[in-house]
Design a protein around this ligand. Structure first.
Ligand SMILES: CC(C)(COP(=O)(O)OP(=O)(O)OC[C@H]1O[C@@H](n2cnc3c(N)ncnc32)[C@H](O)[C@@H]1OP(=O)(O)O)[C@@H](O)C(=O)NCCC(=O)NCCS
Length: 144
Protein backbone atom coordinates (compact mmCIF):
# COMPACT_ATOMS: atom_id res chain seq x y z
CA UNK A 1 0.00 0.00 0.00
CA UNK A 2 1.29 3.45 -0.90
CA UNK A 3 2.20 5.77 1.98
CA UNK A 4 0.96 8.74 -0.01
CA UNK A 5 -2.68 9.71 -0.36
CA UNK A 6 -4.09 11.37 -3.43
CA UNK A 7 -6.69 14.12 -3.16
CA UNK A 8 -10.20 12.98 -4.08
CA UNK A 9 -11.39 14.71 -7.24
CA UNK A 10 -14.53 16.80 -6.68
CA UNK A 11 -17.62 15.52 -8.50
CA UNK A 12 -18.40 16.88 -11.94
CA UNK A 13 -21.95 18.18 -12.18
CA UNK A 14 -24.39 19.51 -14.77
CA UNK A 15 -25.21 23.21 -14.75
CA UNK A 16 -28.61 24.04 -13.24
CA UNK A 17 -31.46 24.38 -15.73
CA UNK A 18 -33.88 26.09 -13.29
CA UNK A 19 -31.65 29.08 -12.49
CA UNK A 20 -30.52 32.13 -14.42
CA UNK A 21 -26.90 32.66 -15.46
CA UNK A 22 -26.21 36.14 -14.04
CA UNK A 23 -22.40 36.46 -14.19
CA UNK A 24 -19.29 34.89 -15.70
CA UNK A 25 -15.81 35.92 -14.56
CA UNK A 26 -12.22 34.60 -14.51
CA UNK A 27 -10.23 35.30 -11.29
CA UNK A 28 -6.74 36.74 -11.71
CA UNK A 29 -3.51 36.35 -9.64
CA UNK A 30 -4.25 39.61 -7.80
CA UNK A 31 -7.34 37.87 -6.30
CA UNK A 32 -5.28 35.14 -4.53
CA UNK A 33 -4.75 34.49 -0.82
CA UNK A 34 -1.46 33.31 0.71
CA UNK A 35 -2.20 29.68 -0.29
CA UNK A 36 -2.37 30.60 -3.96
CA UNK A 37 -6.13 29.92 -4.03
CA UNK A 38 -8.62 32.68 -4.68
CA UNK A 39 -9.40 34.81 -1.61
CA UNK A 40 -12.82 34.03 -0.15
CA UNK A 41 -13.65 37.71 0.16
CA UNK A 42 -13.23 38.12 -3.59
CA UNK A 43 -15.69 35.26 -4.19
CA UNK A 44 -18.14 36.84 -1.71
CA UNK A 45 -17.99 40.17 -3.55
CA UNK A 46 -18.75 38.47 -6.87
CA UNK A 47 -21.66 36.55 -5.28
CA UNK A 48 -23.04 39.81 -3.86
CA UNK A 49 -22.92 41.40 -7.34
CA UNK A 50 -24.33 38.34 -9.11
CA UNK A 51 -27.07 37.89 -6.50
CA UNK A 52 -28.28 41.46 -7.00
CA UNK A 53 -29.11 41.00 -10.69
CA UNK A 54 -32.50 39.29 -10.28
CA UNK A 55 -33.64 41.43 -7.27
CA UNK A 56 -32.79 44.59 -9.23
CA UNK A 57 -35.66 43.76 -11.60
CA UNK A 58 -38.10 43.74 -8.68
CA UNK A 59 -36.73 46.61 -6.58
CA UNK A 60 -37.44 49.38 -9.06
CA UNK A 61 -34.68 51.57 -7.61
CA UNK A 62 -32.03 51.57 -4.90
CA UNK A 63 -31.40 48.47 -2.84
CA UNK A 64 -28.87 47.24 -0.31
CA UNK A 65 -27.62 43.85 0.83
CA UNK A 66 -29.02 43.27 4.31
CA UNK A 67 -27.92 39.68 5.03
CA UNK A 68 -25.80 36.80 3.87
CA UNK A 69 -27.89 33.98 5.35
CA UNK A 70 -25.63 31.16 4.23
CA UNK A 71 -22.29 30.94 2.46
CA UNK A 72 -20.49 27.67 1.75
CA UNK A 73 -17.12 27.38 0.03
CA UNK A 74 -17.40 23.78 -1.18
CA UNK A 75 -14.24 23.71 -3.31
CA UNK A 76 -11.30 26.10 -3.79
CA UNK A 77 -11.37 28.56 -6.67
CA UNK A 78 -8.18 28.89 -8.68
CA UNK A 79 -6.61 31.44 -10.98
CA UNK A 80 -7.84 30.90 -14.53
CA UNK A 81 -11.06 29.05 -13.58
CA UNK A 82 -14.04 30.18 -15.62
CA UNK A 83 -16.69 30.89 -12.96
CA UNK A 84 -20.40 30.82 -13.77
CA UNK A 85 -22.82 32.33 -11.26
CA UNK A 86 -26.44 31.11 -11.30
CA UNK A 87 -29.23 32.70 -9.27
CA UNK A 88 -32.79 31.87 -8.31
CA UNK A 89 -35.37 33.80 -6.26
CA UNK A 90 -36.27 31.99 -3.07
CA UNK A 91 -38.40 34.61 -1.28
CA UNK A 92 -40.09 37.90 -2.06
CA UNK A 93 -41.18 39.77 1.06
CA UNK A 94 -42.68 43.23 1.65
CA UNK A 95 -39.39 45.11 1.21
CA UNK A 96 -36.85 42.32 0.72
CA UNK A 97 -35.87 39.69 -1.80
CA UNK A 98 -33.81 36.59 -1.08
CA UNK A 99 -31.86 34.70 -3.73
CA UNK A 100 -29.88 31.51 -3.83
CA UNK A 101 -26.59 31.82 -5.74
CA UNK A 102 -24.59 28.84 -6.96
CA UNK A 103 -21.09 29.15 -8.45
CA UNK A 104 -19.63 26.59 -10.85
CA UNK A 105 -16.00 26.44 -12.01
CA UNK A 106 -14.53 25.15 -15.23
CA UNK A 107 -10.91 24.45 -14.32
CA UNK A 108 -8.17 25.89 -16.48
CA UNK A 109 -7.69 23.43 -19.39
CA UNK A 110 -10.86 21.48 -18.39
CA UNK A 111 -13.47 23.65 -20.02
CA UNK A 112 -16.87 22.05 -20.36
CA UNK A 113 -16.47 20.12 -17.06
CA UNK A 114 -18.19 21.83 -14.14
CA UNK A 115 -17.53 21.68 -10.39
CA UNK A 116 -19.76 23.42 -7.86
CA UNK A 117 -17.44 25.62 -5.79
CA UNK A 118 -19.75 27.87 -3.77
CA UNK A 119 -23.35 28.30 -2.76
CA UNK A 120 -24.96 31.13 -0.88
CA UNK A 121 -28.25 32.71 0.16
CA UNK A 122 -28.36 36.51 0.15
CA UNK A 123 -31.13 38.99 1.04
CA UNK A 124 -31.48 42.45 -0.54
CA UNK A 125 -33.77 45.26 0.67
CA UNK A 126 -35.32 47.97 -1.48
CA UNK A 127 -34.41 51.33 0.07
CA UNK A 128 -35.60 54.89 -0.38
CA UNK A 129 -33.54 58.06 -0.80
CA UNK A 130 -32.98 58.19 2.97
CA UNK A 131 -31.67 54.60 3.00
CA UNK A 132 -34.79 53.27 4.74
CA UNK A 133 -36.64 50.09 3.70
CA UNK A 134 -39.23 50.74 0.99
CA UNK A 135 -42.14 48.53 -0.12
CA UNK A 136 -41.40 46.62 -3.32
CA UNK A 137 -43.39 47.86 -6.32
CA UNK A 138 -46.39 45.71 -7.19
CA UNK A 139 -45.63 43.51 -10.20
CA UNK A 140 -47.27 44.69 -13.44
CA UNK A 141 -50.67 43.08 -14.09
CA UNK A 142 -50.14 40.80 -17.10
CA UNK A 143 -53.83 41.21 -18.13
CA UNK A 144 -53.24 44.90 -19.04
C1 LIG B 1 -30.98 47.42 4.74
C2 LIG B 1 -31.51 48.30 5.88
C3 LIG B 1 -32.00 49.62 5.34
C4 LIG B 1 -32.69 47.55 6.50
O1 LIG B 1 -33.11 48.30 7.59
P1 LIG B 1 -33.80 47.54 8.82
O2 LIG B 1 -34.24 48.58 9.79
O3 LIG B 1 -32.88 46.47 9.29
O4 LIG B 1 -35.06 46.94 8.10
P2 LIG B 1 -36.24 46.04 8.64
O5 LIG B 1 -35.96 45.43 9.97
O6 LIG B 1 -37.49 46.85 8.46
O7 LIG B 1 -36.22 44.85 7.56
C5 LIG B 1 -36.38 45.15 6.20
C6 LIG B 1 -36.44 43.86 5.46
O8 LIG B 1 -35.18 43.21 5.58
C7 LIG B 1 -35.35 41.91 6.11
N1 LIG B 1 -34.22 41.62 6.98
C8 LIG B 1 -33.72 42.44 7.95
N2 LIG B 1 -32.70 41.81 8.56
C9 LIG B 1 -32.56 40.62 7.97
C10 LIG B 1 -31.69 39.51 8.16
N3 LIG B 1 -30.75 39.52 9.12
N4 LIG B 1 -31.83 38.45 7.36
C11 LIG B 1 -32.76 38.40 6.40
N5 LIG B 1 -33.65 39.41 6.17
C12 LIG B 1 -33.53 40.50 6.96
C13 LIG B 1 -36.64 41.97 6.90
O9 LIG B 1 -37.22 40.68 7.05
C14 LIG B 1 -37.46 42.88 6.01
O10 LIG B 1 -37.97 42.15 4.90
P3 LIG B 1 -39.56 42.16 4.49
O11 LIG B 1 -40.03 43.59 4.52
O12 LIG B 1 -39.55 41.64 3.08
O13 LIG B 1 -40.24 41.28 5.45
C15 LIG B 1 -30.43 48.55 6.99
O14 LIG B 1 -30.25 47.35 7.73
C16 LIG B 1 -29.11 48.99 6.39
O15 LIG B 1 -28.98 50.12 5.94
N6 LIG B 1 -28.13 48.07 6.39
C17 LIG B 1 -26.84 48.35 5.71
C18 LIG B 1 -26.94 47.91 4.25
C19 LIG B 1 -25.61 48.00 3.57
O16 LIG B 1 -24.89 48.96 3.71
N7 LIG B 1 -25.28 46.94 2.83
C20 LIG B 1 -24.02 46.83 2.17
C21 LIG B 1 -23.09 46.05 3.02
S1 LIG B 1 -21.59 46.91 3.29
Amino acid sequence: MSATTSAKAPPQVDLPSDQELVLKVIPMPADCNANGDIFGGWVMAQVDLAGSVVPARYAGGRMATVAVNEFVFKQPVRVGDILSFFAKLTRIGRTSITVKVEVYAERFRSQGKYIKVTEASVTYVAIDDAGQPRELPKPADPSH
